[in-house]
Design a protein around this ligand. Sequence first.
Ligand SMILES: C[S@@+](CC[C@H](N)C(=O)[O-])C[C@H]1O[C@@H](n2cnc3c(N)ncnc32)[C@H](O)[C@@H]1O
Length: 293
Amino acid sequence: MAWIQLRIHTHRDNADLLGDLLMDQGSLSITYEDGQDEPIFEPKLGETPLWQDTVMIALFDAGTDLAPTIEFLESMPFLGKGFNHKIEQVEDKDWIREWMDSFHPIQFGSRLWICPSWREIPDPTAVNVILDPGLAFGTGTHPTTALCLEWLDSLDLSNQEVIDFGCGSGILAIAAIKLGAKKVTGVDIDYQAIDASKANAERNDVVDKLALYLPEDQPANLQADVLVANILAGPLKELAPLIAEKVKIGGKLALSGLLQEQAQEVSDFYSQWFIMDPVSNKEDWSRLTGIRK
Ligand SMILES: C[S@@+](CC[C@H](N)C(=O)[O-])C[C@H]1O[C@@H](n2cnc3c(N)ncnc32)[C@H](O)[C@@H]1O
């Protein structure tokens, strides 16, 4: 199935009205684009800013005759005869298929491979995590995940208990198990992450070593030898006392999900509880590691 889209340049003050008119005309969805490459600065709270020259893109079923819609819009004083518009055919792609085609096995560190479940395993003798992220975050292609995977690969996890805080697809938790951890606890606020982690644990035959919890259900006195958290700077600072509590004295910590410019501040904050190492970077992102005091 294909679609057609009608692109209309308008002033931002007319965008709401034009959106309503297009929906009345049978548009299935409306998106907005910048008409002239004009930056929008940080909006005020409660404000949804648009560009002065906004392009509204209205999607219609293929085969829709847009002539009556154009005629109707031409009768609107704020548009007028010959208003600035374009009609385009849109090819209907299989986006999921395209994404799957682009996701290949990737090696992290010296032992670990993340292999999409629909691909052949390149090295069956390596430590292979078979992964289908589903709707959850965590394929290994993002630098923050890669930084954590490389760190896990560098550790001797045999006989260690690990916590993966913000487990997403379960990629780090399952990698830790495959790298030798005896037990891993994954925690996430998102049900879809818990479901995806469960399904990936089954795929990797490690269900018996992985416990998964929503934050409110996690055991109160849970402690581990190793904790990895790839979240974001804000939540990592908020969660710091709780995260510190979960790491045994002498235990290891890795935090990711931080932009380079946020890393030092978060590192200084965590140094209340941890002896922090120098920051490691990949692209715009940073990873912090430390040892629990
Ligand atoms: C960037 S993803 C990381 C996923 C995976 N661990 C990885 O490294 O690719 C962050 C995950 O943390 C979860 N998350 C965000 N805030 C959280 C919180 N306060 N407690 C637990 N999980 C949280 C999100 O739902 C998301 O699945």
